[in-house]
Ligand binder design. Structure first.
Ligand SMILES: [Zn+2]
Length: 93
């Protein structure tokens, strides 16, 4: 199970970016734009991945990429997600 702190840090990124305009963020942008979702999720997952590395949590980049590619209504392909996850891991170490 993913450490709670890593998940909360991810969600905190979204919450902070919604401050002041939650409807615009959620209903008008996040729901309708795959590019916007991918931009926002990269911010969330980069914090989450950094937290997992800091906690020495053993995770498989392929599984993270699969979640990213499958959970967000086609915002990014699996191969692009996997490349981004691997690049993010490299940048976090
Ligand atoms: Zn997210």
């Amino acid at each position: 199970m993913i450490p709670f702190a890593a998940l909360m840090d991810h969600e905190k990124v979204h919450a902070e970016r919604m401050i002041g305009y939650p409807e615009w963020w959620w209903e008008f942008r996040y729901d309708h734009s795959a590019d916007f979702r991918w931009t926002e999720e990269r911010l969330g997952y980069s914090v989450e991945i950094a937290e997992l590395i800091k906690a020495n949590y053993a995770f498989q980049p392929e599984l993270v990429a699969a979640v990213i590619a499958e959970r967000y209504d086609g915002m990014v392909s699996y191969s692009d997600a996997l490349k981004w996850v691997n690049d993010t891991i490299q940048g976090s170490r």
